[in-house]
Design a protein around this ligand. Structure first.
Ligand SMILES: NC(=O)c1ccc[n+]([C@@H]2O[C@H](COP(=O)([O-])OP(=O)(O)OC[C@H]3O[C@@H](n4cnc5c(N)ncnc54)[C@H](OP(=O)(O)O)[C@@H]3O)[C@@H](O)[C@H]2O)c1
Length: 212
């Protein structure tokens, strides 16, 4: 049974980055993937410190303010230890390549949620629109039962490599959208919007969709 989300906070947040922002220490899961690579570039471009948590360290090119640690997200206890000392963890983990990608995405992400909770680390999750059947609904249901975890689930439609236009919006309550209603956006703009959410905290304990 999926709880109804209220519409009372359904205001659209225009994202713009003009004010002063704190420099943060971020753990980035999936830093070698399609979305994770764009997030890595966006975070480092804003001078945040990044710990890339990946299975194969050699897949992440070295950079200033970047350290890399090898980790399997299914090992939740080890992950919780790795998260210690970080201001937030961003997950761009996917189940791609596993026999059952959706089941593995959900299992891996539940392990990430447990680790974030155990270590008391704020969590931002990349995820598809709730209506896409990609497992986001299961995760949202789990997140909404959390009493202490500080989380945001950031969904979108399709992503492609493209331009970093920064002309994106975060729209709450993505379950109102089908994949067809959310136009594709560039992965660079998606990463921009996600780091804006990291810095601005516009949607604590909410699901939001990035769109133009
Ligand atoms: N691609 C899109 O068009 C799109 C659109 C909307 C939303 N999203 C969302 O964005 C997120 C990331 O998608 P993506 O397309 O970037 O996926 P991806 O390219 O397949 O990257 C997934 C990342 O997860 C890592 N990973 C896989 N299994 C792991 C494990 N057991 N332990 C640690 N790391 C592991 C992979 O590293 P390895 O090299 O170790 O495998 C890789 O870095 C997903 O939640 C997806 O739903 C994607």
């Amino acid at each position: 049974m999926i709880p109804e989300l209220t519409c009372s906070q359904n205001k659209t947040v225009e994202v713009s980055s003009t004010e002063e922002r704190p420099l943060l220490k971020i753990a980035l899961i999936g830093a070698s993937g399609f979305v994770g690579s764009a997030l890595r570039a966006e975070l480092l471009g804003r001078s945040h410190s990044v710990t890339a948590l990946v299975r194969h360290a050699d897949e992440v090119p070295p950079a200033r303010q970047l350290v890399t640690a090898e980790l399997d997200v299914l090992k939740s206890d080890s992950l919780a230890e790795q998260l210690d000392g970080h201001d937030a963890v961003i997950s761009a983990f996917s189940g791609r390549g596993y026999d059952d990608p959706r089941a593995c995405f959900v299992k891996g992400t539940l392990s990430i949620i447990a680790a974030a909770k155990r270590s008391g680390t704020r969590l931002l999750l990349a995820g598809p629109p709730l209506s896409s059947g990609g497992g986001a609904q299961v995760l949202l249901t789990s997140l909404e039962t959390e009493k202490t975890l500080d989380w945001t689930l950031v969904g979108t439609g399709s992503l492609r490599s493209g331009a970093r236009t920064t002309r994106v919006r975060l729209v709450p309550d993505g379950h109102l959208f089908s994949r067809d209603e959310v136009p594709w956006i560039s992965v660079e703009d998606y990463a921009y919007a996600m780091v804006e959410e990291l810095e601005r905290r516009a949607h604590p304990r909410r699901h939001a969709i990035v769109t133009y």
